[in-house]
Design a protein around this ligand. Structure first.
Ligand SMILES: Nc1nc2c(c(=O)[nH]1)N[C@H]1C(S)=C(S)[C@@H](COP(=O)(O)O)O[C@H]1N2
Ligand SMILES: [Mo]
Length: 322
């Protein structure tokens, strides 16, 4: 059931303030968020979008839809999603779509290493043809209390784990984004410990919901969404879904993500969605649906508890929800 109210409740902190990273939202982002001004915003991207037609993996889309994944709300229109992003490598505002077109996605080598049978490097174009792609409709809940719904395409992370052949001693997977401050000016911002790092347990990675994204909206995933390869972990806050991954390392020690490194009292390793555990600076009880502006009640594990709650049954002492 979706409980929805039209107006912003008085306790809800305006997103610009709730944002841990910035207190500034530019006008175009606001307009885009309200579903206005999109025509203008779209025009700016269309020329670059055409260059994308040359993507060597374009023939893989649309990928067959996995009907097991249903949504309780409309999909976020592509235009809204494509102009409202968190991608700190390209700036701390939501309107980074244009800047992110500077991301060079070919060649794109991916390193698979650490505690595996035999570390290897594989080109993205080769990897993406090794595993059948599927389309899944997922919800996405940002820790800043907004949400969206996306038709991702890709494959379960456990398929990549099977290719990697981890050793028994591997407890976690540590993901790493590219590091190239010339290509990504945000990486010149010394407030952040680049590159962006995230991690999950090997057990979490084995769960079918953990998804490696290579496409969205029936084509290769757009640069601003983390081309050519990112994660979607829909039961966790959005910052866990790392973009533009270069490295998958199987490790024994719990990885420390970029946000946890900066603000451990606000962002932890597990970061599972829970409406009853507030962020130290704002409530997580509700979320603003990006495309409608409606506020709806946030669900535990973002509504995916049936699939993932058992992963955490014996971790009672851990900070599971931040
Ligand atoms: N490399 C990298 N990955 C990232 C981020 C980032 O800044 N850099 N932001 C995260 C956050 S906070 C969110 S909400 C999602 C946003 O994904 P979207 O822009 O595709 O909606 O990406 C996540 N992955
Ligand atoms: Mo986020």
């Amino acid at each position: 059931m979706v409980f929805s109210i039209r107006s912003r409740p008085s306790w809800a902190i305006p997103e610009a303030l709730a944002t841990p990273e910035t207190a500034f939202v530019d006008r175009r982002t606001l307009l885009a968020g309200m579903g206005l001004g999109l025509a203008g915003a779209t025009l700016g991207l269309s020329r670059k979008a055409r260059a994308e037609d040359a993507d060597p993996t374009a023939d893989l889309y649309p990928a067959k839809k996995n009907e097991a994944f249903k949504l309780d709300r409309d999909l976020t229109p592509e235009d809204v999603n494509a102009h409202y992003n968190n991608f700190y490598e390209y700036g701390t505002q939501k309107g980074i779509a244009e800047a992110a077109q500077a991301l060079k996605t070919r060649p794109w080598d991916i390193e698979i290493g650490g505690l595996v049978e035999k570390p290897f490097t594989i080109g993205f174009d080769e990897l993406v043809r090794k595993i059948p792609l599927e389309t899944r409709l997922y919800r996405h809940r940002c820790v800043e209390a907004w949400s969206m719904t996306i038709p991702w395409a890709g494959f379960p992370l456990n398929k990549l784990v099977a290719l990697a052949k981890p050793q028994a001693s591997a407890k976690y997977i540590r993901f790493e984004t590219f590091l190239d401050p010339e290509m990504a000016p945000g990486q010149n911002d010394f407030l952040y410990p680049w590159p962006y790092i995230e991690g999950v347990t090997v057990e979490e990675a084995a769960n079918d919901l953990a998804f490696v994204v290579t496409g969205a909206y029936d084509k290769p995933v757009a640069k601003q969404h983390g081309a050519p390869i990112r994660l979607a972990l829909p039961w966790k806050y959005g910052f866990k879904s790392i973009k533009s991954i270069r490295k998958f390392d199987f490790v024994e020690e719990q990885p420390v993500g970029l946000w946890e490194a900066i603000q451990p009292q606000e962002y932890g390793f597990w970061a599972n969605v829970n409406p009853e555990v507030p962020h130290p600076r704002w409530s997580q009880a509700m979320e603003r649906v990006l495309h409608s502006g409606d506020f709806v009640l946030t669900q535990i594990y973002n509504g995916y508890g049936a699939e993932v709650a058992s992963l955490y049954a014996n971790l009672g002492n851990e900070r599971l929800f931040m």
